[in-house]
Design a protein around this ligand. Structure first.
Ligand SMILES: Cc1cc2nc3c(=O)[nH]c(=O)nc-3n(C[C@H](O)[C@H](O)[C@H](O)COP(=O)(O)O)c2cc1C
Length: 181
């Protein structure tokens, strides 16, 4: 049985949901998993874990600063353990090039080159946004030609099947004997 740590950064909560979904799935597969919101849990990677999945969301072109700091501080351990990165953005919903660009930037900033990277679409949570954010996000959606501009509702683009496949592939990788991939 493996014990997996899932530290994450989130602003509006979608990445937290993705992290909890992955943790639940890992437990269903008979392993242990613990999530940690890096905004509150500090930047120490606790001992005793067999693998790490770092998750972060993109705002104005960047992942959360506290996730970048966590990765910089714990890069050695992340390179030693089987670890993966999950990047949550709107770009992952049909604009792969930009979604990959955010990850490339994150890798340049942190020096960490995760072997497994999941790009997942996030959500437009209009009903949770304040006045300015709501109108800003509506304008961005409109400018991109998206029909999803009804601010009286939310739009969730996360493909949970893709999150499930990524998590199960990660577990399969973890179960393999160490060696070249
Ligand atoms: C103010 C704001 C700025 C955003 N900027 C970007 C961006 O630059 N690129 C992108 O792909 N998505 C962007 N998004 C979309 C978020 O990545 C998406 O809403 C995601 O679900 C947020 O995850 P979280 O709820 O875990 O914070 C932005 C969202 C907001 C609210």
């Amino acid at each position: 049985m493996a014990n997996i740590y899932i530290p994450y950064g989130t602003v509006e909560g979608q990445t937290a949901q993705i992290a909890e979904y992955m943790a639940d799935l890992i437990r269903v597969h008979g392993h242990q998993a613990e999530t940690a919101d890096l905004k509150h849990s500090g930047d120490t990677l606790p001992e005793g874990y067999d693998g790490v999945i770092v998750a972060a969301s993109v705002h104005v072109g960047k992942h959360e600063r506290h996730v970048t700091d966590f990765v910089k501080k714990n890069r050695g351990e992340l390179e030693r353990l089987p670890s993966a990165l999950v990047s949550v953005s709107m770009a992952a919903h049909g604009d792969e090039e930009h979604a990959e660009g955010y990850v490339q930037k994150f890798e340049e900033d942190t020096g960490w080159r995760p072997k497994h990277v999941g790009l997942f679409a996030g959500a437009l949570l209009y009903t949770h946004y304040g006045f300015i954010k709501k109108h800003l996000m509506k304008k961005i959606a409109k400018d991109k030609g998206s029909p999803d501009t009804d601010t009286s509702r939310d739009y969730v683009y996360t493909e949970w099947d893709g999150v499930r496949r990524f998590t199960e592939d990660y577990l399969a990788w973890l179960a393999k004997p160490a060696g070249p991939e």
